[in-house]
Design a protein. Structure first.
Length: 50
């Protein structure tokens, strides 16, 4: 039972790390394009949905 809980915990942590990496990656993408305002927000959302 403990192994099962550890596996679940590891999967949850990896999920959070994946989301954090995706968010940082998209933020860097928008910064590299030097976009601001609505254009930056639209590009960021487009990147996250991809």
């Amino acid at each position: 039972m403990k192994k099962f809980l550890v596996i679940i915990f590891v999967l949850v942590v990896l999920g959070f790390l994946g989301q954090a990496y995706e968010s940082a990656s998209c933020r860097n993408h928008v910064e590299d394009l030097k976009l601001t305002g609505v254009e930056a927000e639209n590009e960021y959302n487009k990147c996250k949905s991809f």
